[in-house]
Design a protein around this ligand. Structure first.
Ligand SMILES: [Fe+2]
Ligand SMILES: [Fe+2]
Length: 150
């Protein structure tokens, strides 16, 4: 069940590049799932299990999305590419760190995980990714020719 906040976010995250929006919607789902963890206790097995599932989804998302978006930025000659790629690297690194923890059987800090997911949504998707869309409209780029969608 979606909260009012996530309904508003649903609209806000769209940058009107269909394939990227579609991929971002997965992060929105991850964010929603993370909110449902808020009431659980950090160290109980059930919460840890749910966090494992979430980390696996974050990994899948990063694998499918970051490279795609980077290729897209390259294809439109996006001037903020390097800075943007560095942010992607940071996300990759933080997901790898989480995996190391899981592998070692170390508990994941719930609040930290929720805030990481939230920060990525608000600071990266809603701000930095949006700037790609601003550039596209500023330059009048026809994205359907690039992404192959109609
Ligand atoms: Fe993105
Ligand atoms: Fe991005």
């Amino acid at each position: 069940m979606k909260s009012k906040d996530t309904e508003i976010l649903d609209i806000a995250y769209r940058i009107n590049i269909d394939e990227i929006d579609e991929q971002h919607s997965r992060w929105l789902e991850i964010y929603q799932e993370s909110l449902s963890l808020a009431s659980g206790h950090d160290h109980d097995d059930e919460t840890q299990e749910k966090m494992k599932i979430l980390v696996a989804k974050m990994y899948e998302y990063a694998r499918a999305h970051l490279k795609f978006e980077e290729k897209f930025m390259e294809s439109i000659g996006y001037p903020g590419l390097v800075e943007h790629k560095l942010q992607h690297l940071e996300l990759d690194k933080s997901i790898s760190d989480l995996f190391v923890k899981l592998f070692n059987g170390d508990p994941i800090d719930k609040e930290k995980l929720i805030s990481q997911i939230k920060v990525w949504l608000y600071q990266h998707i809603l701000d930095h990714d949006k700037k790609i869309a601003d550039y596209v409209s500023e330059k009048g780029i026809d994205v359907s020719e690039i992404t192959g969608s109609d």
